[in-house]
Design a protein around this ligand. Sequence first.
Ligand code: CA
Length: 364
Amino acid sequence: MKRRNLIKAIGATTLTGGLVACKPKQQECSDTQEQNQSFEWKMVTAWPKNFPALGTGANFLAKTINEMSGGRINITVYGGGELVPALEVFDAVSNGTAEMGHAASYYWKGKVPEAQFFGAIPFGMNAQEMNAWLYHGGGLELWTELYQKHNLVPFPAGQTGVQMGGWFNKEINTLEDIQGLVMRIPGLGGDVLKRAGGSPKLLPGSEVFTSLQTGNIDATEWVGPYNDLAFGFYQAAKYYYYPGWHEPTACLEATINKEAYDNLPDDLKQIVKIACMASNQNMLSNFTAKNNNALETLINEHNVQLRQYPTAVLEEFKRHANDVLNELGDSSEIGNRIFQSYKSFAEQSKDWLDISENAYFKAR
Ligand code: CA
């Protein structure tokens, strides 16, 4: 029996030491009301509906919250463009059109540039490190502070792991090949590409394939083999580059309208928070489990040409990335605090990973 029904059936007075244990009559009443209160929420997302790992990740989050709350929070999930356009999720949740959103923080670079620190940092921390910074290094506190004035409560709610470098219709052998290259690449990676001579474009997922096929763009990055196979990019471009220097992980975000969150009783607030944490890990596991099989399919069944970025090109990107990050850090007081926190965490994390994960990878 679901908990809310159980509470209804046996009545609050018979519960002692549990969720609605309270002595004064009035308190008992209000707590019982709170336990019986249910919430109908809308979740707008930046993903095509039910898209592997991303759309299904948003579905998983909604379903988990529903089940953990015993049906007290019911969330209807909308794909990008269904209720609001994919790149308007931030505004829709901020103004209360929807109570909740699922997207990537770097999509809001034009509105909140500092949000990009919580999405993906070129040559920055991977998923393991990013989670460590967010949950145990002060990152989430800074993110919460940044979004507060936009009426939003953020939680990490999905990691992609290291992405692929992207799809190209020609080989990238030297920096010359980057000149004038029109590429779909969002966030700070796009800024880096621009400084290296390319022309970045920000397109929502739903427009990427057609743009590549029609030649509107020369190249695109998306996520990794599992997602890119589903999109069918191999039909429009032949060369598939690695590594994803621009997104060593993308940390996807759940945003919750602040009033909607504040209106929840404490136990439901905790359920939302923990469900986001579970979704964050679940998506990383999903990508990690499926990427290699998808890559083999791309190479063996679709004749995709796998290529590694030349070292000289990566070195040039890294040089520009340092400039881009320093400038973003200098752009505001809070930007500076976020950047300093990120940077110092990344430095000490690298020292530890060098003698743990990296040494182990080489040894096994
Ligand atoms: Ca990407």
